[in-house]
Design a protein around this ligand. Structure first.
Ligand code: ADP
Length: 166
């Protein structure tokens, strides 16, 4: 059983994340999406909300499981019985940090390797931060996140598509 963990904040999950989940689930027997409960960051959505949103948009992928976790990704891998960590690489700007994290994780646990997926070009510029920024000005985020996620984001931020809050 090749089990992989895809850890992240997913605040909120984007079409770029979803693309990585679909592709990683195609090569792993089981993909566990680990939603980080990080008390150093103040997220827009609670960890439960993020878990439920990801469950909703991954319901068409049978071998995906979604769980919240806190602490080290390698410890979460061990708990899940996973031997791979999945990460996405958007651009060279991601590379330095991701390389450092992968090497750190490998030195923490030799039983865990990191698998990188390169982003689909059409999603390469998308980040959760950009989604929140555009939505806060009532901009159109339908190209960045699935429709049900867009609704949650506008509702949480208190804007509607097409509104301008100056
Ligand atoms: P973190 O706080 O761990 O960086 P994110 O939710 O921002 O959490 O990202 C989780 C993972 O998904 C990271 O590996 C990141 O590089 C990747 N990722 C983020 N946005 C995209 C995207 N648009 N396309 C592909 N991968 C992405």
């Amino acid at each position: 059983m090749k089990r992989a963990v895809y850890p992240g904040s997913f605040d909120p999950v984007t079409k770029g994340h979803l693309d990585i989940m679909e592709r990683a689930a195609a090569v792993a027997d089981e993909l566990v999406v680990g939603v980080l409960n990080n008390n150093k960051k103040t997220p827009l959505f609670s960890v439960e909300e993020r878990v439920n949103m990801i469950k909703d948009v991954t319901s068409h992928i049978p071998n995906v499981r979604v769980e919240a976790f806190s602490g080290l990704s390698v410890d979460f891998c061990k708990k899940c019985g996973a031997s791979f960590l999945v990460r996405g690489l958007r651009a060279v700007t991601d590379f330095e940090y991701e390389l450092q994290m992968a090497q750190t994780n490998r030195s923490l646990d030799r039983g865990v390797d990191t698998l990188f997926f390169t982003t689909e070009l059409r999603y390469a510029y998308i980040s959760s931060t950009i989604v929140k920024e555009v939505a806060s000005y009532g901009g159109d985020i339908s190209g960045f996140v699935p429709p049900q996620i867009a609704e949650h984001v506008y509702a949480k931020i208190g804007t509607v598509k097409g509104s301008k809050s100056f």
